[in-house]
Design a protein around this ligand. Structure first.
Ligand SMILES: CC(C)(COP(=O)(O)OP(=O)(O)OC[C@H]1O[C@@H](n2cnc3c(N)ncnc32)[C@H](O)[C@@H]1OP(=O)(O)O)[C@@H](O)C(=O)NCCC(=O)NCCS
Length: 157
């Protein structure tokens, strides 16, 4: 059985692009799919690889790996916005997101930030609440013509 002890975190490099896209798409299609309908899942998980490539380099991103296997990733924008938190379906529930979040929070503190914030899916809301985030409001967002709800949340550091 895989445990958190086999997971390492490291900074994202350009060679990780396809790995993080795979984690993103599988986490949405196999995990978040329990909370959103198939059209929403298809719209949310669609990826423009050419756009992701430069975008990933505009903010620090951390990748969780199990040896050579990608297990999850997260990021932090300069204003404290945590945009991405995705864990591979094979690594759910063992603490990968918690490990990523600890690193994101430490980086935010290093930057002198007093809070971090995110827009959490229905799927991720319980995780963020468990780790000290509070809900500021529910919102409806458009993605490729689909409408879906998520939750604006923040955590004071
Ligand atoms: C949400 C997600 C990132 C959580 O990742 P994870 O690695 O499984 O989370 P962890 O193992 O670190 O869980 C940490 C805690 O949150 C709790 N938790 C996580 N998901 C939960 C859920 N759906 N319901 C209730 N509690 C949950 C765990 O029980 C654990 O609690 P603990 O304090 O007892 O340890 C992951 O399920 C995921 O990738 N979901 C699909 C993609 C998605 O929606 N991403 C967010 C986009 S905003």
């Amino acid at each position: 059985m895989t445990t958190i002890n086999s997971i390492q975190l490291r900074r994202y490099t350009t060679e990780d692009l396809d790995a993080v896209i795979e984690v993103f798409q599988r986490a949405i299609r196999e995990v978040a799919s329990r909370d959103y309908n198939p059209s929403q899942i298809a719209a949310w998980s669609a990826v423009d690889r050419a756009a992701w490539e430069p975008h990933r380099l505009t903010r620090p991103t951390w990748v969780a790996v199990d040896g050579a296997r990608p297990a999850g990733f997260s990021d932090l924008e300069a204003d404290g916005h945590l945009d991405m938190m995705f864990v591979h379906p094979d690594y759910q529930g063992i603490g990968v997101a918690s490990l990523l979040l600890r690193t994101v929070e430490a980086a935010a503190i290093d930057l002198g930030l007093k809070r971090i914030f995110t827009e959490a899916s229905h799927t991720a809301r319980p995780f963020f609440e468990r780790r000290g985030f509070v809900v500021d409001g529910e919102q409806v967002v458009g993605k490729r013509g689909e409408r879906m709800t998520n939750f604006r949340m923040h955590k004071s550091l």
